[in-house]
Design a protein around this ligand. Structure first.
Ligand SMILES: Cc1ncc(COP(=O)(O)O)c(C=O)c1O
Length: 388
């Protein structure tokens, strides 16, 4: 059996009849930017997230960058975030003029360990960027209470968390502002690039509206130096067709996550993801952990199963971040996770046979591995290594 990591064609086929006329409508009107689809999508997405404002931008990276600028991050400011994330989280902080300060993760959730935030605060700290990685919200009560105590802004990186909830409240409405990505493989994906900033604060929304459009309050009146970061009408039209399906797709992802976890739960060599009681996890990614990750990945590939690693090199160890004062050993939980995590195929249109095949293949690998192990030597997961 061949199983792709994400098969977007299966989502497109049943929606084709709805999507193509909407795209044609945009092209017939030739109003390609900041038109009816963008403005309607902004209203629909704000309402979905339970927030007051949403501003469509060119990508998730633009959303983070412009949200950070809109809350006031600028040159010399420090922004606390995690290194276990996609590079764009830190990149956006640098683009806004700030300096990323990384705290380690909780090895159970792979998200920011809030108990480490206070130790990272300095007089230059301006904001915190919690990343709801893999679709699970960060423990936001702790983040928000620290931000209030020190007067810091909170910008959620919700790029992997469309529809996720923290204590019944949607991601995107938990901080001062939030950034979403509509990269094509996200839980809500466009057919090109796209992103959204959500916020309850009118002033932040207005600043992002200006910043995405060259800092203009009105045409040819530029109050700020912004950039060209507009969401286009074709992408907005596609996203408006898809948004009403998001909850159903997330429910399917959660079903497949349960199915994987149930079928893998008895394997001591494999650590399955843990959804926290406060979280509605929407499983953008289903990430297991195992000490011989690379070997398992090759085994799965040789049996037709594509997987991913999110992410193999932590941000603080990237060449581009070499000036920020981190080195190997700075963030032990982040570094250990990067060595052992593996993302299994995850998309709403998976079938039970496919999930079963992936799990059988992993079981086949474990049998082969146990055969290799000298008798009486427990696996490293059983010794506690895999649990970090
Ligand atoms: C956690 C995280 N932050 C930021 C981004 C950046 O989003 P985009 O690729 O739309 O610029 C992504 C998307 O890949 C992401 O996963």
């Amino acid at each position: 059996m061949v199983i792709e990591f994400v098969d977007l064609k299966r989502q497109y086929q049943p929606l084709r009849g709805e999507i193509m006329p909407r795209i044609e409508q945009v092209l017939n009107g030739m109003n390609l930017f900041l038109g009816e689809n963008v403005y309607r999508l902004e209203e629909e997405f704000a309402s979905y997230c339970g927030t007051r404002h949403a501003v469509g931008v060119g990508s998730g990276t633009d959303a983070l960058h412009l949200a950070l600028r809109a809350v006031g991050v600028g040159p010399g400011d420090e922004v606390i975030t995690v290194s276990h994330t996609f590079f764009a989280t830190a990149e956006a902080i640098v683009l806004a003029g700030g300096r990323p300060v990384f705290v380690d993760i909780d090895p159970e959730t792979y998200t920011m360990d809030p108990s480490l935030i206070e130790g990272a605060i300095t007089p230059r700290t301006r904001a915190i960027v919690p990343v709801h990685l893999y679709g699970q919200p960060v423990d936001m009560d702790s983040v928000i209470s620290i931000s209030r105590k020190y007067g810091l802004s909170v910008v959620e990186d919700a790029c992997q968390a469309h529809g996720a909830e923290y204590r019944g409240v949607k991601a995107g409405s938990l901080g001062d502002a939030a950034a979403f990505s509509f990269y094509y493989s996200k839980n809500l994906g466009a057919y090109g690039e796209g992103g959204m900033v959500t916020t309850k604060v009118g002033e932040i929304a207005t600043r992002v509206q200006m910043l995405r459009n060259h800092g203009a309050r009105e045409r040819y009146q530029h109050d700020l130096v912004g950039m060209n970061a507009r969401l286009d009408e074709v992408q907005a039209a596609v996203l408006r067709v898809k948004l009403p399906h998001l909850d159903g797709w997330n429910a399917a992802r959660r079903t497949w996550a349960d199915e994987y976890s149930r079928r893998l739960s008895d394997l001591e060599e494999v650590v399955t993801p843990v959804a926290q009681p406060y979280a509605k996890h929407v499983f953008h990614l289903y990430v297991i952990r195992t000490p011989e990750r690379d070997r398992l990945q090759r085994w799965l590939k040789s049996h037709g199963v594509s997987t991913g690693i999110h992410y193999p090199v932590p941000v603080h160890l990237q060449e581009a971040c070499s000036g920020f004062g981190y080195s190997l050993g700075s963030l032990p939980e982040t570094e250990a996770a990067a060595r052992e995590i593996l993302s299994l195929p995850m998309f709403p249109e998976l079938t039970v046979d496919e999930v079963a095949y992936v799990c059988q293949t992993i079981r086949g690998y474990v049998r082969e591995k146990r055969g290799r192990r000298p008798r009486g030597v427990p696996s490293s997961a059983a010794r506690g290594v895999a649990a970090g």
